[in-house]
Design a protein around this ligand. Structure first.
Ligand code: CAA
Length: 248
């Protein structure tokens, strides 16, 4: 029997991250969920909850905004489980503000966690994937990176940047068995959308052709498709999962 492929999910204990972890575990991957170092306790209780649901998922602390910490984290995952074959860059935050109220902290925090993180983590798994002749990278972007969103200049910038990264890196991996793709969710039932003002959220949902938010599992399903062995010819793509909110 060959060893299960190792899948690392950044932001793995969050709303979408959890669904991706569970789905990839069901699909037979050895799943490792990354969380911020400050979330040690939450991660432990998350891991226990997952075990209670029948999922054997490891957790690892790592600040995706720090290149050095990502270097350490990837080395630790390799030591525990072997090289990362599947990477899902899912860590993300919002600091929504109209641009006239946006300070430098709100700008840099979102660019660091949502976009620079993609370099920090991916750079540390890339050579291993090239050497193995196999790899799957999925960047979790957003509909708001495709169409922009009032109050999200920082977030929309970062999310649009992720897909530029996807298209460029996909070209470097294409002949080496490594695919790089983007999934662009619309509004999803998670703590992030719950934190929005009710009236703003309701107004946005009323404009979604499906008139509802996505379930996290519906995003996980798109990720599972892109990482599957059978879908190795899909690369540099942006797969929207947005209920029809933005059609491109
Ligand atoms: N287009 C044009 N004008 C708008 C607008 C829009 N979409 N939304 C609000 N305005 C106008 C308002 O009518 C108001 O005008 P007046 O000053 O003339 O009355 C003005 O802009 C200020 O609006 P707000 O009252 O909303 O301003 P605020 O400072 O209280 O709130 C905000 C700002 C917090 C950014 C709020 O606008 C907001 O929550 N926006 C939505 C952000 C959003 O969609 N976040 C998604 C989070 S989830 C996520 O990011 C996941 C994902 O990938 C989808």
């Amino acid at each position: 029997m060959t060893a299960a492929r190792v899948a690392l999910i950044t932001g793995g204990i969050g709303g979408i991250g959890t669904a991706i972890c569970q789905r990839l575990a069901v699909d037979g991957y050895r799943v490792v969920a990354n969380h911020h170092p400050s979330e040690q306790e939450a991660a432990l209780s998350w891991k226990n909850d997952q075990a209670g649901l029948g999922f054997d998922i490891d957790t690892i602390a790592g600040d995706v905004a720090s290149f050095e910490d990502c270097q350490r984290m990837i080395a630790e995952v390799k030591e525990r489980h072997g090289p990362v074959a599947v990477l899902v860059n899912c860590a993300g935050i919002t600091r929504d503000k109209t641009f006239k109220k946006m300070d430098a902290d709100a700008w840099h925090a979102v660019i660091d966690v949502n976009l620079n993180s993609v370099f920090n983590v991916t750079r540390n798994v890339w050579e291993g994937m090239l050497e193995a002749g196999f790899g799957r990278i999925v960047n979790i972007s957003s509909v708001n990176g495709q169409r922009g969103q009032f109050g999200q200049t920082n977030y929309s910038t970062a999310k649009a940047g992720m897909h530029g990264f996807t298209m460029a890196l996909a070209q470097e991996g294409a002949a080496k068995g490594v695919t790089v793709n983007t999934v662009s969710p619309g509004y999803v039932e998670t703590a992030m959308t719950l934190a929005m003002r009710d009236d703003v959220r309701d107004a946005i949902i009323s404009g979604v052709p499906m008139r509802r938010m996505a379930k996290p599992e519906e995003i996980a399903s798109a990720v599972a498709f892109l990482v599957a062995d059978a879908n190795g010819y899909v690369t540099g793509a942006n797969l929207p999962v947005n209920g029809g909110l933005f059609m491109h």
